[in-house]
Structure formats: structure tokens, C-alpha cells
Design a binder for this molecule. Sequence first.
Ligand code: CP
Ligand code: NVA
Length: 310
Amino acid sequence: MNKGVRHYLQVADLEREALLSLIDRAMELKELHGQGISYMPAKGKVLGMIFEKASTRTRVSFEAAMYQLGGSVSFMAKKDLQLDRGEPLKDTARVLSRYLDCIVIRTYGQNMVEEFARWSDIPVINGLTDSHHPCQILSDVMTVMENKGKDLSSLKVAWVGDGNNMAQSWIQAAARIGFPLYLACPKGYEPDEGIMAAAQKETRFPLELLRDPVEAVKDADVINTDVWASMGQEDEAEERKKVFTPYQVNQELLKHAKPDCIVLHCLPAYRGQEITDEVLEGPQSVAWDQAENKMHLHKAVLEWAMGLRD
Ligand code: CP
Ligand code: NVA
């Protein structure tokens, strides 16, 4: 990787202080935005976005963030690029580095963003891979802090469902930032063993993989869930519905958590599967603030990556 270029490919790329300072900055930028104060340090800068999977929130919130910072955006569906006709990634990365100031990539394998970053002279930001969703997790932690205060060390955070990209980014965040995390995942759908082991080695807080969702959410302050079949797993959707049914976040499950427990879902949500309509639309759901916070957090990430405040 090119030294000095600020890539953000997974949570574990950054130290605790750097992660917390992105969240603090996102809170400041949210405040400025709320006051209608314009802040445009990215005038003349261009953000590239290569997306190989669908996106509503990540795409539009990064675009809005870059425009509000005064910059412009070039969105590229991968199928429209020469990349899709066999042009090597390393050639694409070097050429785009000559036009752009930063790039967000949403794709399948984590190795794709890593390879791109190896050849890129501009910052590469992971906008979701099969293994990680590192920007999402920071806006989620920001949302938790807005509701529960900035000291997360005594909170009980629960993850219920698939051990997927979101679960793995939560695991890295729990270890790096420092808070207790209890995951309940069905057999065969656990997070990656290596990611879990590295995080358990790093953290001094409880980080446990359980089977029973009731045990995971018992007295929890925060409950997270996500789709049962992620993008790219559409063929497994029917099978997964059977396996994951006991892992639905519903009013019954919430009874085991603290009465003021908040419920997070990164969206898109499938009501009646991983979460009920009642919970998603209910008073404990913070999913809509979570979605908004993506835009403020993305501004902080863009500002940091392009060195706009240095
Ligand atoms: N949460 C999230 O990443 O949503 P999109 O897939 O719509 O970007
Ligand atoms: N786990 C989901 C997250 C979507 C934002 C997926 O990868 O499809």
C-alpha cells in the first residue's frame, strides 16, 4: 500500500482514538448542518464511487456528503467500467488515482478493496464488502452514543442473527473502541473465526458468541440485527428463513432486554423476517437516526481521508 494514503478498509485499520475522533467530528458536522451553516472544504475535489452491489443509503449519503462539502462525485456502476471487461484492477486503480481525490468501493470480496488500495494513490474507503461494513459501524456507534452517552464501556450490546459483514464490523468495533458485545448466531452462520479470535485477544471486555438470542439480549442496552440473507446470498434466502426464524427481533425478545434498550438496524429491513414491523416502527427503534447519521459520518470520513482539515 502507498504509505501516507489514508485508506479505511476495515475497522481494525484505525486506532481507537482515530475512530472516536471520526465520530466526534461527525457529531460536530451534524450540528453545523442542523444550524444551516455551510462548510465546503472539498471545493474542486472529486469523489469516485465504484459500486458492484445495490445501495440506497451508502450511495446517496456519500454523494450528499461530498456535495455538501463543496466537492463533486463520479458514480461508476462496475458493469459500466472496462474493469468488467477484464481490465486489471491495478490499471484501473492507477488511472483513477490520476483523476480523483478519493474513492468509495462497494463490492463482494475484501481482497478487491485491498488490491485496489495497494495500487491507489488516493484514499480508498470500503462502502461494504462481504466481510466488512466499516463506515456503517461508526454511524451506528455514533447513534448509540447519542442515546446512551459517549462512555460505552458499561453498556451491554447485543447482535442477533447472521454472523455477517455487519456482525464482523461490530466485533472489531467492540474490541477497538472497548465495549461488551454478545452475539447470538445459529450454528453454521457464525462470524469469521479469525476476526473473532483477534478481537477477543485485543479486548478486555466481554465478547461472546452465543446460540440463544434470549441470553444475548438479557438486560441489553442495545440490540442490533440485520438481514438474514445478505447481498450475494439471494439463492440461500429460503433456507436461511427456516434457520433464522428463532432469531427474529420482536416484542417478545425485547422483554428480556432493559426497558430503555434501543434497537438498531442498518437497513434495508425485511419486516416479518429479522425484525417485526412493530419493533422497527416502535419507540425503541433508532433506525432512522442511524440512517441519517451515515451522511454526517461520511462527511467526517471524507474530510479525514482527503486531509481537508490538516
Ligand atoms: N445500510 C446500508 O449500507 O444501506 P444501503 O445498502 O442502502 O447502502
Ligand atoms: N448484511 C447486509 C448489509 C446491507 C447494508 C448485506 O451485505 O447485504
